[in-house]
Design a protein around this ligand. Structure first.
Ligand code: ZN
Length: 318
């Protein structure tokens, strides 16, 4: 029983439209669910990913409108690592991110950038053992360079040794190198890259990661709760998140972990062709829809508009 790679990463944005403009418009993800924070229904919760929002492809945002910029520090994930198909893809993305006004640091085998709120992004070339690529279709991004899902995350641990001990002990990760922990599940691999924390005080705010979720089938949730407890953690019970079921706990380095089921998925309350286009509410909030909609700012989703035909020779690359 191993965690089957990343399920999703959840970050905080101060401006949902800005998050869509970048992650859908530039990175080429598909907005697969527009809903609200189930614990605070006047705030958006947006899910982006591949065409169906497969586990491993999903980046989600809580919108805290006007939130002050955060600063990643001890006990926080500070960068999301995405897979791309090839070294050529790294070059193509360096161009595309640069054109979008983002800083780009091209290493030998990676590219480091950030979103407009400072959320760290790293692109690495994937390998077949990572599992099948999970890419969205996008007007602006050539399919041969599309992001293929989240490889893993980089985190600042408050206690790197304890983090490594618990992850390689109870949670089934393998230490590939110093600070490089890997889980190999039935279908996918996931990376947890552990770094010592900077001295600056962490600040949860816009552009920071809230938690990281790993994938495991429903049938294994009870066993995971037992394992996390045996490792000294304090897991929640299984919580129904409408699109998946989850347990939550903190790893010893302070980062919030979630273990989420693959199903039922995002087509449970709208058709696969129109994922993300209309505001979906969980049953308990449906009767308050009018009041909730009044408080939310309408969003412009590039994928929900009719495609603009682009001649092949003028098509933007990648
Ligand atoms: Zn989550």
């Amino acid at each position: 029983m191993n965690l089957d790679g990343i399920h999703h990463v959840t970050a905080i944005t101060g401006d949902a439209q800005r998050a869509i403009d970048f992650h859908v418009g530039v990175l080429g993800l598909r907005l697969v669910k527009t809903t609200v924070n189930f614990d605070a229904p006047d705030l958006y919760h947006l899910y982006m990913g591949d065409e169906s929002g497969s586990p491993g492809s999903i980046l989600t945002f809580f919108e805290v409108r006007g939130a002050t910029p955060g600063r990643a520090g001890a006990g926080m994930v500070h960068r999301i690592v995405w897979r791309v198909p090839s070294a050529d893809s790294l070059d193509a993305w360096a161009g595309r991110l640069g054109d979008a006004g983002r800083p780009v640091e091209r290493g030998d085998s990676s590219l480091v950038s950030s979103d407009p709120e400072g959320l760290g992004i790293e692109l690495v070339v994937g390998s077949p053992e990572d599992g099948a690529a999970r890419a969205a279709l996008s007007d602006g991004v050539a399919p041969e360079h599309a992001l293929g899902g989240i490889a893993g995350v980089r985190a600042y641990s408050r206690a790197p040794e304890a983090t490594e001990g618990v992850l390689t002990g109870g949670l089934g990760f393998v230490r590939e190198a110093a600070g490089r922990l890997v889980t190999r599940g039935a279908e996918r691999r996931g990376l947890y890259l552990v770094e010592a924390s900077p001295d600056e005080r962490p600040l949860q705010g816009a552009g920071t990661v809230h938690h990281v979720a790993w994938t495991a089938p429903d049938a294994e949730h009870a066993a995971w709760i037992a394992r996390v407890r045996a490792s000294g953690g304090h897991p929640t019970e299984v919580i129904d998140r409408q699109y998946f079921r989850s347990i939550y706990f903190h790893e010893p380095g302070g980062v919030m972990f979630e273990i989420a089921s693959a199903g039922p998925g995002f087509a449970v309350d709208e058709s696969p062709e129109h994922l993300g286009e209309a505001l979906r509410l969980p049953p308990q909030y449906e009767r308050h829809r009018d009041a909730i909609e009044e408080r939310l700012t309408p969003l412009d989703n590039p994928r929900a508009r009719p495609a603009t035909p682009v001649a092949a020779d003028t098509r933007e690359t990648p």
